[in-house]
Design a protein around this ligand. Structure first.
Ligand SMILES: [Zn+2]
Length: 448
């Protein structure tokens, strides 16, 4: 009897162990992912860290922030030559308003950005991949003292530079902005400038992938060494939610389905599809305790934005003065980074961004029919106006699941499934002929 039970147990166990996942990779995206080089990333991190300080208020043109900005600009300009005139780069100067806190009085600030113009003139979407250039030491107001900022956020800035290099020679339907922000440590100043501008000028800003502290793989205190996991932070209830949106959200129970959460799931799916030996962890928070990031400047303006960060942080090497104390080296130095890990995390960005920028726009007016009691679910939507659509995926998951579990393919703009709308969540994404999926849209209720 016991033996029989054991055999049954083993049989069930092996069934689970051998369940298959089919991985289909777009060859062009796979080629771009393979082109990301840990050597280039390391070179950029070391170059950025070699400037004495990249503090936002540093003005040393030879050895400080202005010199570092020229470095990033020169990289963007050299990649632009491979783009057939589609990539342009600039340093965007602006005034950071004084706040009597970390910016005492009005001060000059500058973001460095490269624009890779989309090839479809009807596609006005913009996707941003970003990191912040500015660094700090223990005293956030010290604009002169050494602040190498190798990982915070030399890592994110290096990733942005490397993506610009690899993507410049490839074509995308939508426009991609590669941005090295300033003023993050002083209160998200550069990102706030761009997010406010995007809102005021009505940009069709479809998503922001922000990268901050993503090149270290070993933790302080707990001494975990693991370069197999990446965190993606996304807000649960949107910070910019209106009262009307809140009412709909409560009615359809979309607390786990903000636009930024859909982007986070998308990054997990695409990242794990293209990057081996890396698991993407969804973190249901907009950021960590006591810390912030540039994605929040965009979220405040109701844009879709997430933050990518390493899984295991080392607090001896963040916001610390470079020094040895009791035999322990403090400071944000390149020697504590893991460039193979940074390569994988950069590749997750690339795979997600490349797919998004060649996807059709999201389906419009996505609704779920809630007008009657039924054990089926009917979704209906309209075709997007941008991009050629081959068909749609209707996504489904149990209400307690983190990730979408099933994708139903259709070429129609409505689908009825024999699963109760009370027991599952659904979303719809548009798919291009080359298989690039749009961000999924969580439906609003069709109630009369
Ligand atoms: Zn940072």
């Amino acid at each position: 009897m016991h033996k029989k039970l054991l055999i049954l147990f083993l049989a069930l166990g092996s069934q689970t162990a051998f369940s298959q996942t089919t991985v289909i990779r777009n060859p062009e995206i796979a080629q771009m992912v393979a082109a990301i080089s840990s050597d280039s990333l390391e070179h950029h991190v070391r170059s950025l860290a070699s400037f004495t300080s990249r503090h936002t208020l540093n003005t040393n043109a030879k050895d400080g922030m202005p010199a570092a900005q020229q470095y990033v600009l020169s990289k963007f300009n050299s990649f632009a030559k491979q783009s057939g005139g589609r990539m342009t780069a600039k340093i965007e100067q602006f005034t950071i308003p004084g706040d009597k806190r970390r910016i005492v009085e009005d001060s000059p600030g500058a973001n460095v950005l490269a624009t890779l113009k989309g090839t479809n003139p009807e596609d006005d979407r913009i996707f941003i991949v970003s990191g912040h250039m500015d660094s700090r030491n223990k005293d956030v107001m010290d604009a002169e003292g050494s602040a190498p900022g190798a990982n915070d956020d030399g890592s994110g800035t290096a990733a942005v530079i490397e993506l610009a290099r690899v993507m410049a020679s490839h074509e995308f339907s939508a426009t991609i902005l590669f941005v090295a922000f300033t003023g993050e440590e002083q209160g998200l100043k550069g990102a706030t400038y761009m997010a406010d501008k995007a809102k005021a000028e009505g940009w069709n800003l479809a998503a922001v992938l922000n990268n901050d502290i993503m090149g270290n793989s070993s933790s302080s205190e707990t001494l975990i060494k693991d370069n197999l996991k990446l965190r993606v932070f996304s807000e649960s209830i949107p910070i910019a939610e209106t009262e009307q949106e809140a009412n709909i959200r409560r009615y359809i129970n979309a607390e786990n389905d903000s636009k930024s959460r859909q982007l986070a799931r998308y990054i997990k799916e695409l990242g794990e599809r293209y990057v081996d030996q890396l698991e993407v962890k969804l973190i249901y928070r907009s950021d960590r305790f006591l810390r912030g990031g540039d994605q929040t400047a965009f979220a405040r303006n109701a844009f879709t934005a997430v933050r990518m960060s390493e899984m295991n942080e080392n607090f001896l090497h963040q916001h610390e003065n470079v020094r040895v104390e009791d035999g322990v080296q403090y400071g944000d130095l390149p020697e504590f980074m893991d460039f193979e890990y940074l390569r994988k995390v950069s590749a997750v960005n690339l795979a997600s961004l490349a797919s998004l920028a060649n996807s059709p726009d999201q389906p419009k007016d996505v609704r779920i029919d809630v007008r009657g009691l039924s054990n089926k679910s009917t979704l209906l939507w309209k075709a997007p106006e941008i991009g050629k659509v081959a068909g749609y995926y209707v996504l489904m998951r149990e209400t307690s699941e983190a990730m979408w579990e099933r994708k139903f393919w259709t070429t129609e703009t409505t689908l009825t499934l024999p699963y109760s709308k009370d027991n599952y969540f659904f979303a719809v994404q548009a798919v291009s002929e080359s298989g690039a999926e749009s961000l999924p849209v969580f439906p609003t209720p069709l109630s009369r």
